[in-house]
Design a protein around this ligand. Sequence first.
Ligand code: ASP
Ligand code: MG
Length: 421
Amino acid sequence: MKIYKFGGASIATPAAMKNLLSIIKNADIPLVIVVSAFGKTTNALEQIAAAANDGDKDKARELLLHIELSHNNYALELLGEEGFQQLLPRLQECYTEIQWAIDDGGIQSKDYVYDQIVCVGELLSTTLFSEYLRSEGLHNKWLDARDMIRTDSIYRDPNVDLELSGTLTRNIILPALQEVKYIVTQGFIGCTDENNSTTLGREGSDYSAALFAYMLDAVSVTIWKDVKGLYNADPRLFPNAVQIDEITYIEVIEMAYFGAQVIHPKTIKPLENKNIPLYVKCFLDESIKGTCIKKEIDAYQYPPIIVVKKNQVLLNIRSRDLSFITDDSISKIYNTFAAHQIKINLMQNSAINLRLGVTYEAERLKKLVDVLSRDHIVTLDKDVEILTIRHYTNNILEDVMRGKLRLLEQKTPNTIRVVVQ
Ligand code: ASP
Ligand code: MG
């Protein structure tokens, strides 16, 4: 069994969805197809949730009309008038789910309302995808991922109960595969014990695909994207970026940690645990080889891998009474960061100074600095970037640093990290 994951860009229009047919027909079966919401639907649903949570229900309902219109038009173009009319009741059930969640705005918690609304994007896209495949003669079963992926009730950032989800998933998918060779289900969504929907974090469909692979002992996962594969740097920032053929799980985890927006960071662990390879391929041209992410790769010389984390702040923290930075004080400072939900991306200390790189978030940062300032003198360098280069060479370093002010530098034989302005 293989898992294919299609992201929002690959199904942004009916024409784009139709282009995926040959990819699916060429795939080995059985195939579990994990799908995101269309294009920018999740962003649009987030706006509905925000309006509902702000108490502006009229605005939320008006925004919902746009979602209805765009999905109805999509269905019409994809399936024709008759197909659309047949499917309409199922689409309307989805719209009603959003309607109910809008009514909950202001009554239930914001994160709860968000999840009940935002999860519907994937329900809609998969309903259309499944119906389209059926109309092309590919018998398939549409399954609700919320019957399989069980989470706790931390809305918007839930923990998945892997064991229970595994049992549920196998109990549903394995019998279904006796009848059909294709399963269509949603990425990004799950469900609590109380039958409430949860979402797994933005771009979480990659993670869902990895979970299904883990639970079903799949042979491989393929994520279909609009790029040729993984690159050694963001091609928008570095025009000379090159595509990487093979890369290890660990290297990708490090890239994601340092800020590369390659793949949802939670995706790798389930795959690594069962040694399931992950392919990143281009849906625009199936013949391009793409990138394979796996446990070990044959003697392959990595190009320097460059990751730029933008929108950072460098904090300098010094105790007011010049006392040393000790294990105890570091641990207290770390706890203060955790309490303000600010993640530390880089740290360096000297006898009396602690320097920390964090992502800039005005409101949280201000509160944090207020608390820290009771016992410390805190200064900030704003508008900085954290640049990480793995497998660096001196030439690359010179190239990348040209014209930049280095505020802090950390070096190991393999990796260099520099805070620059
Ligand atoms: N549709 C969700 C998002 O846009 C999940 C995903 O695309 O992976 O974040
Ligand atoms: Mg997406």
